[in-house]
Design a protein. Structure first.
Ligand code: BGC
Length: 751
């Protein structure tokens, strides 16, 4: 098993608080899964006709598959999505009106990763599993664990990180928490679904080494360490073959090397070929282009329905391929709530909302603070809150991950709730979303491709509304402090989710320039009030060079979920000490990223991953390129010191021990990050790769000794020609720090 990390935290000093969620566990409980014997599966399969078997391996409605009433086998019920249980769709494609489906809306995937808190990964999955169970779902379509290759990918908000190890660890916690509720996880989209432009057909050209070192590890971890019961294939091709029925990805690696015994489910409409789907590992086919006539679905015409039957009856493909799929589907069903009663589950309970708040508190990242924060409500009489995003709601936006949130506290509400009568809060919108219908013209193709054709129109969406801006500036002038809340958006009023959005499915961003004239607004505010904190939402960074230098404080809030406004206010006013760390590098422009400067994005028909393994900080640090904020970076209101690094090899393990001390005046949390580097490799390797981390919470003056054990896989690389993992002898640096650019201590170990 790769990347087995054992952690031991020893308490020294006054007190060490490690996130522990025993109260929530008590409230939610764990149900576990029901494993079934292979003999039982055999006997069931023996009872089935070919038609019945085929029924089990394709969709029966928009979010169900299978069902054989003669044998008392129910349908398998799926639901999106990664950060909350999606609307009820009934059997069709449109959300039902008046359904009882209000749910907990957790901060999005990139927020979860920014917590760097492994316990929270588990809790996050547990809450989702509990709510999915209450809604009668057997499998939840998450987590989204594609690597953030380019900051322009419209779905980065759903994904976790540019780093495979961080993605894998947080994703593994999520999978375990979810499945302990008896609800199956479906990590997605396997693999290299790193862009939305032309997502149904793009052919990603990736070396074997990059696949194994960058695009596979998180999937391997959720399968081997997390025990995922299903995996979702992606839309795109990898090296010429569609990933959903890919011989190497599914048969050789996933089901072969990683011994995955669950079901590979297609993305909705990602099966493109019956023979390949039969032979190359697709176990369930969901939603297909045959269903573009949404009101008259012909499920019998699915690739894995009648066309598969013909192929088997003609002898072209052996029926044993279908039996193997049925076995995997039944195994999945026995493990989930589908065949066994796993209890009721709970929805919209306090414990779930509390978790939404905790993730937001730990996932928001403080990136700049020239002494402005935390704001003191005893001193401030008037605060101006400025920006459209201060009042905008995000839960029902962005694509298939939309959530019918029970409620959503906006930043303006969070600030008002927190300061009460102590501070006068005045609000101005400052800028407004701009849309041009021509951006979305045409029915065919992906929205992302359409917007690329309309680049000139998109640029128009960057101009400020002069009246709104002047109103905001006037307000800023009279306030003691300003909180500007802006950034990206999901969707917009009056249009369906797939259209007119920035962080959204089927759409990539064109660049990282702030939209709707926000740069002008921030600059003008800064010129009249030098007590301005900027809070940005979104699934990626924005260009900063024109506004950051004059801005005293900047908080990256991502899309922080239903309690996001509360958490933002608590951090701004110092009720909560920020502890989030960036899960991706923030460079100034998308052109600085290796996917653009070396490789291609979004390509044209094919996309060349020429940057190879040099994704994110692996590139920026190895090439010593300027970044605005490095991977792993995030500020606190207290300070920490790292000391006493000891690195010792014990046979096939390396123990990394170091002490971290809170040297400031308030409680806070720090993430100890362990990177590894071969000093004289025979093939090119990055100057550092994350292989371990631990988050510790410390009272002022307290210290903790953090022990992180790395196994030999943490030192290996994938040999580009021999096509296998290699542990090269030689001397390795073990670097310990609190960002990829702030290595505090380092030592050596020899293999
Ligand atoms: C998305 C998946 C999603 C599925 C079902 C697809 O278009 O890519 O992430 O789970 O639809 O809604």
């Amino acid at each position: 098993m790769k990347y087995i990390i054992f952690i031991l935290v020893i308490i020294t000093g006054s007190m060490l608080l490690i996130s522990c969620n025993s109260n929530r566990e008590k409230e939610i409980g764990s149900t576990g899964s029901a494993e079934v014997s292979e003999a039982k599966l055999d006997s069931l399969i023996n009872l089935m006709t070919l038609d019945e078997k085929l029924d089990l391996i394709h969709a029966s409605s928009s979010f169900t598959s299978g069902g054989i009433s003669r044998l008392d086998i129910p349908e398998l019920v799926f639901s999106d999505g990664p950060h909350g249980v999606r609307h009820e769709h009934g059997r069709g494609w449109y959300a039902l009106e008046d359904a009882d489906d209000r749910s907990t809306y957790l901060p999005v995937g990139i927020s979860l990763a920014s917590t760097w808190n492994k316990d929270i990964g588990y809790d996050y999955g547990e809450v989702l599993g509990n709510e999915a169970k209450e809604r009668g779902k057997d499998v939840l379509l998450g987590p989204g664990i594609n690597i953030i290759r380019s900051p322009l990918n419209g779905r980065n908000f759903e994904y976790l990180s540019e780093d495979p190890y961080l993605t894998g660890v947080m994703g593994t916690g999520y999978v375990r928490g979810l499945q302990d509720q008896g609800v199956g996880s479906m990590p997605k989209h396997y693999t290299a679904n790193n862009q939305e432009t032309d997502r149904h057909n793009i052919d990603a050209q990736i070396s074997r080494r990059a696949l194994h070192e960058i695009y596979f590890p998180a999937f391997e971890m959720v399968v081997r360490d997390g025990g995922a019961w299903s995996i979702m294939g992606a839309y795109n091709k990898v090296n010429g073959q569609y990933t959903t029925h890919h011989e190497y990805l599914n048969n050789v690696i996933l089901k072969g090397e990683w011994e995955f015994d669950g079901a590979v489910v297609s993305d909705w409409a990602s099966v493109k070929d019956t023979r390949e789907a039969l032979l190359y590992g697709t176990d369930i086919e969901m939603g297909t282009e045959l269903l573009r006539d949404f009101d008259n679905p012909e499920y019998d015409e699915f690739y894995l329905a009648n066309p598969a039957k013909e192929m088997i009856e003609s002898g072209e493909v052996d029926e044993s391929y279908v039996d193997e799929k049925v076995r995997r589907v039944l195994r999945l069903m026995y493990r989930t709530t589908a065949m066994t009663d796993h209890g009721q589950g709970q929805r919209n309970v306090d414990a779930h909302q509390q978790l939404a708040l905790e993730v937001a508190r730990e996932g928001i990242v403080l990136l700049k603070n020239d002494g402005l924060l935390p704001l003191d409500r005893e001193e401030i009489q008037t605060v101006a809150v400025i920006g459209h995003n201060a009042t905008r709601k995000f839960a029902e936006r962005g694509g298939s991950s939309q959530v019918p949130a029970l409620y959503e506290i906006t930043p303006l509400e969070g600030i008002q709730n927190l300061v009460g009568d102590d501070v006068e809060v005045i609000y101005a919108e400052g800028y407004e979303p701009y849309y041009d219908e021509s951006l979305f013209r045409g029915d065919g193709g992906d929205a992302a491709s359409q917007s690329r054709e309309n680049e000139r129109d998109v640029e128009l969406a960057r101009t400020a509304n002069e009246d709104l801006m002047q109103e905001a500036v006037a307000l800023a002038e009279e306030a003691d402090a300003v909180i500007f809340v802006g950034g990206w958006i999901h969707g917009h009023e009056g249009m369906p989710w797939g259209q007119g959005t920035y962080d959204a499915e089927a759409r990539d961003k064109l660049n990282l320039k702030l939209i709707f004239g926000q740069e002008d607004v921030i600059r003008q505010i800064n010129s009249v009030n030098d007590h301005t904190a900027v809070v940005l939402m979104g699934g990626s960074n924005v260009e900063m060079e024109n506004w950051l230098p004059d801005t005293p404080a900047y908080l990256q809030a991502w899309y922080p979920g239903m309690e996001g406004g509360t958490a933002i206010a608590e951090i701004l006013f110092g009720e909560v000490n920020p502890s989030g760390k960036l899960p991706m590098t923030f460079a100034n422009s998308h052109e600085d990223y290796p996917s653009h400067s070396i490789g291609e994005f979004p390509g044209d028909g094919t996309v060349d991953y020429a940057e190879d393994i040099y994704v994110g900080y692996r590139y920026f640090d190895t090439q010593d390129r300027d970044v605005i904020y490095p991977f792993g970076f995030g500020l606190s209101y207290t300070t920490f010191e790292f000391s006493d690094l000891q690195v010792e090899r014990d046979d096939d393990k390396v123990l990394v021990q170091s002490t971290v001390t809170n040297t400031g005046e308030r409680e806070g949390a720090e993430v100890v990050q362990v990177y590894v580097h071969h000093k004289d490799p025979s093939v090119e390797r990055p100057v550092r790769e994350l292989k371990g981390f631990e988050k510790v919470t410390l009272e002022p003056g307290a210290s903790a000794t953090v022990n992180i054990e790395l196994d030999e896989s943490a030192f290996m690389y994938y040999h580009p020609e021999d096509l296998k993992w290699v542990l090269e002898s030689g001397s390795y640096e073990v670097q310990v720090g609190n960002s990829s650019r702030d290595i505090k201590l380092q030592d050596e170990v020899v293999w």
